[in-house]
Structure formats: structure tokens, C-alpha cells
Design a protein around this ligand. Structure first.
Ligand SMILES: [Zn+2]
Ligand SMILES: [Zn+2]
Length: 167
């Protein structure tokens, strides 16, 4: 699994490295979101967001550490806390089945539930914004269960792999 994720990162790196402008915009948006939520924006959070955006694919927290240590040593708890904060603000999403994190593909939108479309063949992850309220209401109406968070993973075959006949 780890190897698949690393390979996907390399492929995505060649395809879509975010431009400096994209990154600056993402940081500006992130700072504003943290500020309005009354949460501190830190250099570690900024670095975590930058590393996720640059990877353009799911990355394991442990693998992010190497990127931090280029600027000065970071400890795993600091990195985990930064990732949690980014996830909390929907700037990144955690993919439970891969035990990895991915930058949100809709950096400009508010807090949301991500529907993550995971290609089983090339490991590419795409994201569409799911109607969270509808999902939470459905859960409530059908079970009385009060849902706090929803993670939606859709596994299958991406368009590129289908076109390449890799199915
Ligand atoms: Zn998102
Ligand atoms: Zn694919």
C-alpha cells in the first residue's frame, strides 16, 4: 500500500505541481479561515499544507516528516496536530483506508464533507464536495444517531484508467 501511494505521488507531481500563485492563494485562504475560527495559524500548519499541495496525492503523516526536517526538525506529534487542524478546517482530508492525507481540491470552499474518489489502479484521488447536511439529516432521520463527521470514500476506476483500458 505504501509503495502504491508513493508511486501515485510521483505521478501526480509530474502532472500537477501547484504554481506559486496557487500556493499563496491557498495560504491566504487558510489563514483567513483559521483567523475567523479563532484558531492560530502556525508555520508548521503552513508547511503541512504546502507539502500536501505539492504532493497532489495522498501522503502518510510519517512521510511528511522528511519534508519538515529540511527546514528544521519537526516531531511526529507536531505534524499530526497540524494535519488534524487542516482536516478540521477542510483544507485537507484524511483517507482512512489508505491511512493518508490529501490536500483539499476545493481550497476556497468552507468546511465540507469530501467525497473522495479513489482509483484502485493508479491510486489517483479526486474529490467532489458532498452535500453534508443532507447526509447528516439522512443518518439522523433513519437511525436517530447524531453524526459528527462523515468521510466518504468511493473506490473504483478513474476515467484515465478506463480510457487506457486498464480495467
Ligand atoms: Zn475538500
Ligand atoms: Zn486510475
Amino acid at each position: 500500500m505504501a509503495r502504491g501511494v508513493a508511486q501515485a505521488s510521483q505521478r501526480a507531481n509530474r502532472d500537477a505541481v501547484p504554481s506559486q500563485t496557487t500556493f499563496e492563494e491557498a495560504v491566504r485562504n487558510a489563514k483567513a479561515r483559521f483567523k475567523s475560527a479563532g484558531i492560530r495559524w502556525t508555520s508548521t500548519r503552513e508547511r503541512a499544507l504546502q507539502l500536501l499541495l505539492t504532493a497532489g496525492a495522498p501522503v502518510k503523516a510519517y512521510d511528511l516528516l522528511a519534508g519538515f526536517n529540511a527546514d528544521g526538525p519537526a516531531t511526529p506529534p507536531t505534524v499530526y496536530r497540524s494535519l488534524d487542524a487542516l482536516v478540521e478546517m477542510s483544507l485537507a482530508h484524511r483517507i482512512p483506508s489508505l491511512n493518508a492525507y490529501v490536500a483539499c481540491q476545493h481550497q476556497g470552499s468552507g468546511r465540507h464533507t469530501a467525497m473522495l474518489l479513489i482509483c484502485e489502479l493508479c491510486r489517483k484521488v479526486d474529490e467532489i464536495v458532498a452535500p453534508t447536511q443532507t447526509i447528516l439529516q439522512t443518518v439522523r432521520a433513519n437511525s436517530g444517531f447524531r453524526a459528527a463527521a462523515v468521510v466518504l470514500e468511493v473506490h473504483g476506476c478513474c476515467e484515465l484508467c478506463q480510457r487506457a483500458g486498464r480495467e
